[in-house]
Design a protein around this ligand. Structure first.
Ligand SMILES: [Zn+2]
Length: 400
């Protein structure tokens, strides 16, 4: 282990560069790179999918554009450099060719088929490679940047995060009859809801059920006002095509709304929705509901790496019962809704019970309103660790 405190500083900078590329790298991983020699930064880069260049190439180009050479430099990368030919040449070979002397890698490639090859190729080229201890906070931060990429590249489906705002007694909403679309019932305050927008911003798709559309008429957009490469794909599970053409979602559709229907959905309604700019996809049904693995496969085929499920009780239950939820974000309000309110996920789990199954749990508080002493509490954790490979024997020898 040869990671120095100065290494840590440059790796933090590389992580920051990668974070700035959130919503721009998918379906590729989010990566940052800093080139340093004698305490001076020569060049920096991050991967933006539309610009093709990987972070290392972007940093090498920036170095060259300043009239500098990367010879004898140290390259700090948040993810193991690639060794394969994709849309671009291999970064490991480019670093070797540029004369880079040392490469500090925050985490190895999550794809078991290529993991270690970039490091091997650098070492073969005479570059000293130091890999950050997998248990350190830096390595953890680097992995968190690419949870969705790591999961979907190994499992062939998008990484699924289930988000829900719940009352203190674990309910989603007051009883249906006491609600109204014109006066939505917010359990949590503005700060917690702004945090949800950040989750949406980092997602490729958001998924809900038609029940939520009928009850709340939501827009389900990314309202962070931060730029993104592709619009957030809004997905509705709606076997019988009950989504009203006059709903906010359909009216705002710009090739970014996908309705998942069954084979039996009426053709005339399909045409009406399609002419409003909505894509209708028919997938297999099981037990009267969309077959979720088929839905996720269709999303993966569209380049979706991660899906945020923001839905009602029925859809939450279907996802949890199918074992297709990988991460959970629960926002607890301090309000009690009382018996007879809408349960969090049908009959199968209270949010408190679900919490017991989570790993890597984090807890965050948000003021319910400005100047108020009331707080909303976010509890977040994993049901499946996207980096927990069954292939540990591949990973073990790579950690320097
Ligand atoms: Zn690369």
């Amino acid at each position: 282990m040869r990671i120095l405190s100065s290494d840590e500083r440059y790796l933090q900078r590389a992580l920051e560069l990668a974070r700035n590329a959130t919503a721009f790298a998918s379906p590729n991983p989010t990566v940052g790179c800093v080139l340093v020699r004698d305490g001076a930064v020569l060049g920096e880069g991050a991967h933006f999918y539309d610009e093709s260049d990987h972070a290392e190439i972007a940093a090498l180009k920036q170095t060259a554009s300043e009239g500098l050479s990367a010879a004898n430099a140290t390259a700090y990368v948040t993810l193991e450099p690639c060794a394969h030919y994709g849309r671009t040449g291999p970064c490991a070979a480019a670093l070797v060719a540029a004369g880079v002397e040392r490469c500090v890698v925050a985490t190895v490639d999550p794809n078991p088929l290529v993991s270690g090859k970039g490091i091997g190729s650098l070492r073969d080229g005479g570059v000293t490679v130091d890999v950050v201890d997998a248990a350190s906070p830096l390595a953890l931060a680097a992995r968190r940047l690419n949870d969705a990429f790591a999961f979907s590249i190994q499992h062939g489906r998008p990484f699924v995060t289930l988000k829900a705002a719940v009352s203190l007694d674990g309910y989603l909403a007051p009883p249906p009859l006491s609600r109204s679309v014109t006066h939505p019932h917010w359990l949590t305050g503005e700060a917690a809801r702004a945090d949800v927008q950040k989750l949406r911003h980092a997602s490729d798709a958001i998924l809900t059920g038609v029940g939520t559309i009928l009850a709340d008429d939501p827009c389900l957009t990314d309202r962070t006002e931060l730029p993104r490469r592709k619009p957030l794909l809004r997905v509705i599970l709606d076997s019988r095509l009950r989504t009203p053409p006059a709903s906010a979602l359909v009216k705002g559709a710009e090739r970014d709304v996908l309705i998942i229907a069954s084979r039996f959905a009426p053709e005339a309604v399909t045409e009406a929705l399609e002419s409003a700019g909505v894509e209708v996809l028919r997938v297999a049904n099981s037990g009267g509901r969309a077959d979720l693995p088929s839905v996720l496969k269709a999303l993966q085929d569209r380049g979706v790496r991660n899906v945020l499920v923001e839905a009602g009780s029925t859809v939450n239950e279907s996802f949890l019962a199918s074992g297709l939820v990988d991460k959970v974000a629960l926002y607890y309000s301090d309000v009690e809704l009382g018996h007879g309110s809408v349960p969090f996920a049908g009959a199968i789990a209270s949010p408190y019970a679900l919490q017991q199954s989570l790993t890597h749990v984090t807890r965050e508080t948000f003021p319910h309103a400005e100047g108020s002493t009331r707080e909303d509490v976010k509890v977040s954790g994993y049901l499946h660790d996207p980096w927990d490979w069954p292939h540990t024997e591949l990973r073990a020898p790579l950690i320097a």
